[in-house]
Design a protein around this ligand. Structure first.
Ligand code: NAD
Length: 497
């Protein structure tokens, strides 16, 4: 049995805890490792060491900090398949999807290597006679990240490379359900030449998160996870006067106009709804058919029925198991509720089996039609391979329908009309919009910009917004006296002259 180490004060060490969390392979439910509930003393050590390391790390020149990211990017690419295999085994993702999870993180590391240009301040000469003002962007101190199970490479990599490149130190508390991938990421970060204590990794759940939320040394908290926890993190962190960015759950709609390319629509809907077993915060979970486009629902059913889940290394599988037996039970219960509340269950993924893997958390592709906004399957984030179809008569109705949703992570429109696409992107109250693209996750030179109930905070993940989140602006106003201009009068006004 592998015990997941802590990465504490620059060493990979065994926790002294007597409380451990099983890490399982969701395709078999075999226990593959156990993660420690980090003890209070170990948490203290991590926080104090991060604070101590900050004193030296912030003095390291920005180009040297960026070079760590360049070496890290190369190492992640070199170990790409090996990391993806670890990731696939602990999440159940297919190998291709696991590689994608890591790749989207590597892109953020590449971007973090450009940190100097993102940390440039502003300057104005002669704000008053012989007075100049310039601003500097300086790191905050100890920053932390609390991450979910569904992207164990990409989401930690959204956070620590940017925070650390800015000159901060970072404590990561990854999901207790898949801590092996983040541990491997940390090993390679050390190999890339990051000094001891710049990054530390602790494990556990609420107790360890609460320590980070309440400790006065911690300056910033980046969270990604479910709605109730996201709200709790934001409320507690901000009450403790910390900077918080909290990315939460979602319910993403795709609008299908009758003038769209039908085959593209079908391909996009199947992949974006059941890919990664629907366990993506940007998964399409509601298809909104406008007018005659509703005639394509039977073909959608045919296309979805051809898709099947399977093990990570099964090349014929389109997606893997859901993360745990509890998650499977919840998804299946929601399918039952959808049926009971009057939605048409066109494809039922309950009682799904996969040859040779009788104990996996399998859920087959599931399709509902006639879904209305009163139903639980519409309102709850199902986080399983379940697609709900709703029908409306016009684009205006589709926009109103989506804008009434409390979530605002991602949305998409499929159409052949530039006018419809233009109206949709202008009027929709959602932070990430795709036009003929079902999952519009921005690349790292933009930011990940969820809205409404999908995000609590002001500055988003990665890109320039993340640099603002992990830094303070200092504005310096200076005057150098030339001997002939020196006045003998005191100045009692606040006005600069
Ligand atoms: P989760 O909220 O259960 O867990 C996330 C993290 O919070 C984990 O590290 C966990 O240990 C910790 N945690 C759990 N309960 C806690 C508590 N009571 N107090 C403090 N910390 C706690 O989420 P999950 O199931 O791991 O991830 C799935 C969720 O994440 C989905 O809702 C999904 O939409 C969301 N998500 C959102 C985004 C986004 O960008 N908006 C991206 C990925 C995932």
């Amino acid at each position: 049995m592998k015990n997941v180490p802590l990465y504490l004060a620059g060493e990979f060490v065994q926790s002294q805890t007597d409380s451990w969390i099983d890490v399982t392979n969701p395709a078999t439910n075999e226990v593959i490792a156990r993660a420690p509930n980090t003890t209070p003393a170990e948490m203290r050590k991590a926080i104090d060491f991060a604070a101590e390391t900050f004193k030296t790390w912030k003095e390291v020149p920005v180009s040297e900090r960026a070079r760590v990211m360049l070496r890290y990017q190369a190492l992640l690419k070199e170990h790409h398949d090996e990391i993806a295999e670890i990731l696939a085994q602990e999440t159940g993702k297919t190998f291709d999807d696991a590689k994608g999870d890591l790749w989207r993180g590597i892109e953020v590391v590449e971007h973090a290597a450009n940190v100097a240009s993102m940390m440039m301040g502003e300057t104005v000469e002669n704000v008053a006679r012989e007075v100049d003002t310039h601003s500097w962007i300086q790191p905050l101190g100890v920053c932390t990240g609390i991450t979910p199970f569904n992207f164990p490479a990409m989401i930690p990599l959204w956070m620590f490379p940017i925070a650390i490149a800015c000159g901060n130190t970072f404590i990561l508390k990854p999901s207790e359900q898949d801590p092996l991938t983040p541990t491997r990421l940390a090993e390679l970060f050390e190999q890339a030449g990051a000094p001891k204590g710049v990054l530390q990794v602790v494990h556990g759940g609420k107790e360890q998160v609460d320590t980070l939320l309440n400790d006065p040394v911690v300056k910033a908290i980046s969270f990604v996870g479910s709605v109730p926890v996201g709200r709790y993190i934001y409320e507690t962190g901000t009450r403790n006067m910390k900077r918080v960015q909290s990315f939460a759950g979602a319910k993403n709609h795709m609008v299908i106009m009758p003038d769209a390319d039908k085959q593209q629509v079908l391909n996009a809907l199947v992949g974006a709804s059941v890919g990664a077993a629907g366990q993506r915060c940007m998964a399409i979970s509601v298809a909104v058919f406008v007018g005659e486009a509703r005639q394509w629902i039977p073909q959608l059913k045919e296309a979805m029925a051809k898709v099947r889940p399977g093990a990570w290394n099964d090349s014929g599988a389109s997606y893997g198991p859901v993360i745990s037996p509890k998650a499977k039970e919840r998804v299946e219960a929601l399918i039952a509720t959808g049926e009971a509340q009057g939605a048409q269950l066109l494809l039922d993924g309950r009682n799904c089996t996969v040859d040779g893997l009788p104990n996996g958390n399998w859920v087959g592709p599931t399709l509902f039609a006639g879904v209305t906004s009163e139903m639980d399957i519409y309102n709850e984030e199902i986080f399983g391979p379940v697609l709900c179809c709703s029908e409306v008569d016009s684009l205006g109705e589709a926009i109103e329908f989506i804008n009434r949703s409390p979530y605002g992570n991602g949305t998409s429109i499929f159409t052949g009309s530039g006018g419809a696409a233009r109206r949709f992107q202008h009027e929709i109250e959602v932070g990430q919009v795709g036009v003929n693209i079902p999952i519009p996750v921005p690349l790292p030179f933009f930011s990940f910009t969820g809205w409404k109930g999908s995000f609590y905070g002001d500055q988003h993940a990665y890109g320039k917004q993340a640099v603002r989140f992990y830094t303070e602006t200092k504005t310096v106003t200076s005057r150098w006296f030339s001997s002939e201009a020196t006045s003998t009068e005191a100045n009692f006004s606040i006005q600069l002259r």
